[in-house]
Design a protein around this ligand. Structure first.
Ligand SMILES: NS(=O)(=O)c1ccc2oc(=S)[nH]c2c1
Ligand SMILES: [Zn+2]
Length: 263
């Protein structure tokens, strides 16, 4: 029946299970950043990250992406500055990528696509006591987006790439310690765009201050190929699906202003 066909389609590609747009959502992410329409704001400060590698705990495949999770039970790995008034705690980072190097990022810059995008996820520990509360709260989250380009090998990323074969299937987790996420930030953390948006995967809540770095980082073709060796599916499923194209399509700006920290 049509229903079964729809269910088969949904099963085939987990990303289609997402609603394309949230009913009534006017602050959805990702977006296309139109550079010439962004507004310079001289009050925007450089990012102030203070990450403790000792808070790194595990890496796991959640069936959408792979997450590197940090102990966020205290203010040990924090983000301040930039457009933020409060202090935010790092809870995890993850990536979105394509099946080819031609696409994969969630945000675009003047419609330019990148092969992948890193998201460093932080929650407002001045206002909330748990990530789960901040997810649906006002000014709850701050996510730093960093574009990846294919070029020279990223030495800091290799430790993470080497851990991926152990978490090929959805639901697998391995211990992952002493990883400093600051090594994944571009050298220039002064230049970024910022706007109010949402999570790009369910629950798609509009609680995010997005900080998208202007400068990209470079990773090698081979490093990105290992991302694509991951699977959306768990070990028990008979049809294995490669974890690729795990990005959401750009959403309407709905009159929002994108500010830039640079001219
Ligand atoms: N892709 S993302 O917008 O950075 C993002 C960050 C954190 C999240 O937590 C849940 S639940 N879904 C999420 C999506
Ligand atoms: Zn993300």
């Amino acid at each position: 029946s049509r229903k079964e066909a729809a269910q088969r389609t949904m099963k085939l590609h987990p990303m289609w299970q997402q609603p394309i747009a949230v009913p009534g959502g006017h602050c959805q992410s990702p977006i296309d950043i139109v550079v010439r329409k962004s507004v310079f704001d001289s009050a925007l400060k450089p990012l102030a990250t203070d990450y403790d590698p000792e808070t790194c705990q595990q890496i796991w495949n959640n069936g959408y992406s792979f997450l590197v999770e940090y102990d966020d039970s205290a203010d040990k790995s924090t983000l301040k500055g930039g457009p933020l008034q409060d202090q935010f705690r790092l809870c995890q980072f993850h990536f979105h990528w394509g099946e080819s190097n031609a696409w994969g990022s969630e945000h675009t810059v003047d419609r330019r696509l990148f092969p992948a995008e890193l998201h460093l996820v932080h929650w407002n520990s001045d206002k909330y006591s748990l990530f789960e509360e901040a997810v649906s709260g006002d000014n709850g989250l701050a996510v730093i987006g960093v574009f990846l380009k294919v070029g020279k090998r990223h030495e800091g990323l290799q430790k993470l790439v080497d851990a991926l074969p152990a978490i090929r299937h959805k639901g697998s987790v391995v211990e992952f310690t002493r990883f400093d996420p600051a090594c994944l930030l571009p050298s220039n953390t002064e230049d970024y765009w910022t706007y109010h948006g949402s999570l790009t995967t369910p629950p798609l809540t509009e609680s995010v201050t997005w900080i998208v770095m202007k400068q990209h980082i470079e990773v090698s073709h081979d490093q990105l190929a290992v991302f694509r060796s991951l699977l959306f599916t768990s070990a028990e499923e008979e049809v294995q699906k490669s974890m690729v194209n795990n990005f959401r399509v750009q959403q309407p700006l709905c009159g929002r202003t994108v500010r830039s920290s640079f001219t």
